[in-house]
Design a protein around this ligand. Structure first.
Ligand SMILES: Cc1cc2nc3c(=O)[nH]c(=O)nc-3n(C[C@H](O)[C@H](O)[C@H](O)COP(=O)(O)OP(=O)(O)OC[C@H]3O[C@@H](n4cnc5c(N)ncnc54)[C@H](O)[C@@H]3O)c2cc1C
Length: 94
């Protein structure tokens, strides 16, 4: 009988592990407690190490550009909306 890895939880961890196992030809099933997936209305900031993992999963920067916005700047902004300090981020930062 073929054995499958059972991944409990279809969050970022589970949904990253599944294609990784697929790449090395290990069968798996993801089970998720939530009945349906709904946006929470929040954004997620992908740090460079996370983008590297997505790249390893063959998710291209062009594909990411269709669902996200590339970081260009890190900025500290006061309550009055005025910028206090900013520096480049992402590809703009090299
Ligand atoms: C408000 C907020 C903002 C955040 N912003 C960022 C950000 O900008 N950038 C960033 O990198 N990180 C961010 N994080 C952290 C990031 O969301 C978590 O580190 C990440 O989601 C953890 O992934 P995970 O797969 O380990 O767990 P989760 O995403 O929590 O997924 C676990 C899944 O397992 C399911 N589950 C639980 N128990 C069972 C069970 N018994 N059987 C089946 N399924 C089950 C749950 O329903 C859930 O879908 C944020 C977190 C929060 C709360």
């Amino acid at each position: 009988m073929e054995q499958h890895v059972l991944i409990a939880g279809g969050g970022i961890g589970g949904l990253a592990l599944a294609p990784t196992l697929h790449q090395i030809v290990i069968p798996c099933h993801v089970i998720e407690a939530a009945r349906d997936m709904r946006p929470l209305g929040v954004g997620i900031n992908l740090q460079p190490n996370a983008v590297r993992e997505l790249s390893d999963l063959r998710i291209t920067s062009q594909a990411l550009d269709t669902v996200g916005v590339q970081a260009r700047e890190w900025a500290l902004v006061g309550l009055n909306g005025h910028e206090i300090y900013a520096e480049p981020r992402g590809l703009d930062a090299g």
